[in-house]
Structures are given as C-alpha cells and as structure tokens.
Design a protein around this ligand. Sequence first.
Ligand code: FES
Length: 285
Amino acid sequence: MNIVHAMLDGLEQAKVLDRIADPLAAVVARAVKPRTIRNVLSGTAIGHHLHPMLIVVPSGAWSMGSFLDLTGGKDSRKAADILVIVGILSAVPTAVAGLHDWSDTQKEERRVGIVHAAGNSLALTLYTASAVARAKDRRALGVLLGLGGLGAMLFSAFLGGHLSYANGVNVNRTAWHEAPTDWTRVASDADVVEGGRHTVRTNGVPILLLRHEGKLTAMDSVCNHLGGPLEEGTIEDGCITCPWHQSMFRLDDGKNYRGPAAVPQPVYETRVTADGFIELRQPAS
Ligand code: FES
C-alpha cells in the first residue's frame, strides 16, 4: 500500500471523526429538509449537481490570484486582490451546496467528507486573512497567506476527487443500466396488483413493476442518488419516495420531483400482451 492509499485508508477508518461528523450531518439534514431548499442545493432544479459546478469559481479565482501574485508584476496586484475576494464570496455558496451533499453520506465517505470540508474551511480562513493583509498593504504577508490557502484548497480538492471517483458519491447509480431495446416479457400481468410491488431483472437491470390507480409503471428499482431500494419506497401524489433520503420520482416519467436526486429515474415502456404478460423495453432516445 503506498503512502496516499494509507492516508486515505486511515481517514476512512478514523471512527473518531464520527463524533463530530454524525451530529453535524444530522443538523444539516434537518436544515435542508424543505423541498425547495433540497431542490436548489442538490441541483435538482437545474438537472445537474450544484456543488461540482460551483467549485470551479473559488478554485479558479484563488489559483489565478496566487498565480498572478507569483508571476505578475505590480500591474497585476489589483487583479490578484479582486480574485482573492471573488474566491471568498463564491466559496460560501459552494460550501453550503457541499454540506448538503455531504449530509447524505455515511461512514467512510462521511469521514473523508468532513476532512474535505475542514480543508476548504482552512483555505477560506487563510484567503480571508490574505484579503485583510492586502487591504492593510501588507502585501508579502497577503501573498504568503494566499499560498497557504492554495495548499489547503489543493489538499481538499484531492479528497473531493476521492469522494467522487473512488467512493462514488453523487455518481448516478443507474448510469450503466440499460433495459432491452426490444419488447421483452418480464412478468405475468396477474403478479402486479394495484398498490403492490413486483421486482424483476432483465439485462441485469433490477426493475420495479407497480400499478398505481390502474396505470402500470416499470421503473429502475435502484435510486440514482445513492442506490436506495425504491421497491421499499412509499407512493403518494403520483410519485415514489426513496426510503433513504426521500428523493421523489414521478411514476409516469421518472422526473425527480424532489431532490437530492439530481437526475430523473429511468422509466421503461410497458405493454400487456393479449395472453396476459407484461413486456417492457428501453424507451427510444
Ligand atoms: S438513495 Fe438517496 S434519495 Fe434514494
């Protein structure tokens, strides 16, 4: 095991972090519970996760600010100072969206996530101190503090990448699911009763069949947010609610009515044959 893997493994197994992370995550989860807040912070409202979009503003502003500090002459000082302030202002909504996402994680991801947040908080603190030093004309100190902030931000970005690419946080859990493109028989129509749940598997894709108010739905049963079991979800207002973090998907088209799921849930075309069997297929894209 190399030193990077050892460090990441140590963080993931550091149960001592749970003492801070678990109560904090519970507070954040309560604060983001209203549907409107959920939909904005998760990116449901725009159809894309918000946090990874916002990250580019503070990281770009701060890294370019430090780049100008090191390579620009006197003429670029004002631009560097502005970039530091842009980074500070944009770091706040970025952190809020990140806290929202983090509150849905568990165990290893939650531990790495809280260190990721601590690194970003340190970067914000150092860049704020840098801005103050610059305003007081203590340029050398301001540049030095900025470089410290850049280091903290890069370490934190490394952990953020680990969360996404290694731990799979916010990766669409249905991204590789494809039902057959031809009509495929999957169940007897008599097995799918009003209000019941019937799970089948075709092409390796687990599919939830259900009948609500007489209408048949075939929906991917793995919640695209973090993999929750939709067959255990509750149905109301024409939507199914995931039991893990309460994402709501419309039964007729899979649209995500409530986050944290940022993308719609796959729904498949169905038909009932004359001899009483349900067939489904991947909708034509
Ligand atoms: S797994 Fe999070 S809402 Fe379904």
